[in-house]
Structures are given as structure tokens and as C-alpha cells.
Design a binder for this molecule. Sequence first.
Ligand code: FDP
Length: 337
Amino acid sequence: MTAQTTLAQYLESYTTPQLASTMTTLATASVAISHLLDKGALAGIHGEAGGQNVQGEAQKKLDVISNDLLLNALIHNPNCAGVASEELDEISPANDDGTLLVTFDPLDGSSNIDINMTVGTIFSILPYHNQGQRACESDFLQKGENQLGAGYFIYGTSTMLAVTFGDGVAMFSFDPMSQTYILINDDVRISHDTAEYAINASNRRYWLEPIATYIEELTQGDTGVRAKDYNMRWVAAMIADVHRILIRGGVFMYPFDTKIAGKAGKLRLMYEANPMSFVIEQAGGASTDGVQRIMDITPTHIHQRIPVVLGAKEEVEYVKALYEKAGILANGDKASE
Ligand code: FDP
């Protein structure tokens, strides 16, 4: 592929017509979202929308608009049998003869909108096996391993797309002149040489011992067991932190913590953890809940939350070894012998 390969050309060469069509629908919606973000306060999109999403979080106006844009576009795509959004309690059945299901987080990092910082759209595409029947929630409860495609559109200083169809990760940059996504890297690889980590350190007192130990070791830098100085970055939008890791290496963590009793983690398995895990693994990295590979976990609910440790393989494995040494699972339960 040359430097001027468009998304349409890439999709034609590397995916099925069904996946290509679904990706094109997602990309078209992303351009509309990107234009709205460009207008910012002038488009009247800042501030709260007034409602709450199913997770009990305040919905921003642009969360709602982005959700509607993506949902309306996808349910009119004949390949799409059903859609699940982080913002909606229920799944939306679409076309009974479709072969694909799509899940999305329409605007990840939405608390960043009002401060003019990076946000993005994360998506995952799963197979649909019950053609001729109306899609229901149980159709979506598939392991991340089953994903046919996943990725994200990031609305930062420029708009970009990172996507995988299970054969590496391709990255595109949106060209405002031609209004198309142009391929900039057809084989994104995560650097093994990590010197950066991302975690919300204000949760320190709620962490389990393995994470507290790991971060303590990293902050000791070249005076500690890691014998190297580390840098910390936290954009507070998973999409931006994961994008940085794809570009220049590192590890991202939103581990289990004891801050809110009964909360299994902060991030959502089907809208954030699975698609990002697919991208990270396809770029040569690893992704676990601290111990278990995320894409091996069968979801029990479309809005299930999960702890996440992802990025450079060596670091993710190092964290896993700390859990194993402590004899606990990612949620603090005792590991069975
Ligand atoms: P947000 O609530 O703004 O949508 O999806 C959850 C998420 O962002 C992640 O994107 C981000 O990594 C995390 O929450 C930020 O959490 P903190 O508020 O703990 O920093």
C-alpha cells in the first residue's frame, strides 16, 4: 500500500464486503462527530445533556448526539443485525438478515469535551449467528476473541483511526482537504522498551497489593528493582492513553480497586476493554484484567465492567506475576491452587 491509500481502498483489499460496508458507515459517522467537535462551544455541544447513562454517569450533549449519529447510521446498514451502545440500557436490533453486530462507546473520555481535550469513538464488530431472527442481548455476549474487527477514531489535534481485522493494526489520518481517511501506517507495533505508565494515581489507597507494589517499583526508578526511570502520563481518556501506547509504548492500567464496593472495575468490557485489547494484541502487546487475558472472558452482561492492564507485553506479564505471587485474582479473590 502506498502513503496515499484511502480507507476505502484498504477495506476493499483487506476485508469482506460486509465488514467494509460497516466500517464505512462508522467512518462516515466519525467525520460528522469530528466536525461537531471542531465547532465546539459554537455548535452548542458543551455542557451536560441532563440525563444519565446506564452507568449512572451524567451524559454530555455530545455523547447523546454521537450516540444517535452512530446508531441511526448503523441500523440502516443492511449488514448490521444489531447495535449495542455504552449510552443505551438495551441493545438495538437492526436488520434480521445482517451478519454483524456492532458495539460502541460513542465518545470515550467525554469529561474531556468541555476542556477541549482528546476524546474518541471506540467500536467492536462481532459475528451474528441467528440470521432471520431479531437480535437480542445474548447474541452480543461473545468473547472478545470472536471480534471480526475493532478500533477507534480519535479526535485529537487531528482525527485518526486505528483499526484491526485480526491481521495487524492499520492507522489512518483524516485529511480535511479530501475528507477521507488516509493510511499512514499499515503495521503498527508496540515498542517493547517501555518507560511510560498510565494510571489514576489518586486511587492509590484503594489498589490491591500487586498494583501498589508495581507502581511503587516504577516510581523508585533507577534506584529500585526496575533499575530505570519511568514517566507517568494520564489523559483521563482511555482512548488517548491507549493511542499514546500504540505510538510510543508503555502500559495503561485501570485496575480493580476498593473505592466503590461491588464495582468490578471502571471500564466496560464490551465497549472499551475488548476492542482496545484486540488492537493492542494485534500490535504485539498484551491485555489482561491483571491476571486473565481479557479476550478470553465471556461477558455476562452487555454493560459489564472489568479491570484493565494493557500495553507492552513484558510489563503486562510482570503485573500478572505480581498477582500470582500474592496468590490473588484481579478482583482480590484468592486464586485457587
Ligand atoms: P470517561 O469517564 O470520561 O468516559 O470510560 C471511562 C473513562 O473516561 C476512560 O476513558 C478513562 O480512562 C477513565 O474513565 C478516566 O477515569 P478517572 O476519572 O478515574 O480519571
